[in-house]
Design a binder for this molecule. Structure first.
Ligand SMILES: [Mn+2]
Length: 317
């Protein structure tokens, strides 16, 4: 039995300052045959092109928001909404994490009862005036949750806000003070990386499964949630983090058993690191993808896949 999934490429890199993310969807397509061998087929909806391609915009105030070409985000939102009306799940391949404005926004507008599981080292919850970096990829949840009314003021094309009770963080380990306060005051369910180390991923997965209880789920997976020793090709690596084994447990004990309608995979940068580091990073992302979408595929581990699949496939990048 084979699995069919929709693929939408969003090669946006405007949300951060390192180049190469605009090549991520292209690199990913070169590996489609690898996933096909695992029983996964794609309906490829093409790419939405990177906005402001030559300009790395810094956002430190609401007025800076005007410097972004939002029509690309809106186009992504409309396209993702359209695809979510089909019976098959949607994979959104980034691009930086700012694409989640469009993708998690589309999911929320289609599934107001649904949950968003945000797997990330960072909380991505900064408002422009509180951001240290000025990077848009650190702000999508501030917009989706409509902090300080930012969505209703500047993102009218996003038709509704995400209810903070429907957001679950997994793997956080680099959270700014403003974000920490916002998480506390909104009561967002958060499994920081140190909590996962303490209780084990299985207990965390079981708790989230009970919380979401069969409702539709959107998973937003930032590759920097993973320990950079295993997934080095990303722009904002943070020491330590999820291991391949943690991801296998998360896949087997939660994602495979959940009603996942859409998945973002973001911040996989094929131009950072050596070809073998890039290969490792793609394999980690593919492993999660398989456990989300391919229910017939038994949980595999990183080493198993690395041994079985030829290196040539991954040196084409
Ligand atoms: Mn992120």
């Amino acid at each position: 039995m084979r699995t069919l999934i929709n693929f939408l490429g969003m090669s946006f890199e405007v949300g951060q300052y390192k180049s190469g993310l605009d090549q991520s969807t292209k690199a990913c397509r070169q590996f489609f045959h690898y996933l096909k061998d695992q029983g996964i087929d794609f309906v490829d909806h093409g790419d939405i092109q990177n906005p402001n391609i030559d300009q790395k915009v810094k956002i430190y105030s609401d007025s800076d928001l005007q410097s972004i070409e939002w029509s690309r985000y809106e186009a992504a939102y409309i396209k993702a909404r359209e695809i979510l009306s089909t019976p098959y799940p949607l994979l959104n391949w980034g691009g930086d994490h700012s694409i989640a404005l469009a993708t998690a926004g589309a999911f929320t507008s289609k599934n107001p009862e649904g949950y968003v599981i945000w797997i990330d080292a960072h909380a991505d919850l900064n408002l422009p005036e509180h951001s240290m970096s000025g990077n848009l990829h650190g702000m999508p949840l501030a917009v989706l949750l409509n902090l300080n009314g930012i969505r209703t003021k500047y993102f009218k094309w996003l038709e509704c806000s995400l209810n903070p009770a429907k957001l679950i963080y997994v793997g956080l380990r680099d959270v700014d003070l403003f974000e920490k306060n916002a998480i506390e005051s909104l009561g967002i369910k958060t499994f920081q990386y140190k909590d996962i180390q303490k209780s084990g991923m299985k207990a965390v997965a079981e708790e989230i499964l009970v919380m979401t209880s069969g409702n539709p789920v959107h998973v937003s997976f930032d590759i920097d949630s993973v320990d950079p020793r295993f997934a080095p090709s990303t722009g904002v690596p943070v020491k330590s983090g999820l291991t391949p084994n943690d991801l296998n447990i998360l896949g087997e004990e939660l994602l495979k058993k959940s009603n996942v309608r859409s998945l973002d995979i973001v911040e996989v940068n094929p131009e950072l690191g050596t070809s073998s580091q890039v290969e490792r990073t793609f394999l980690i992302a593919f492993n999660l993808l398989k456990s989300v979408f391919n229910n017939n595929y038994p949980g595999d581990n990183y080493d198993g896949i690395s041994e079985r699949d030829s290196r040539e496939q991954f040196t084409q990048i």
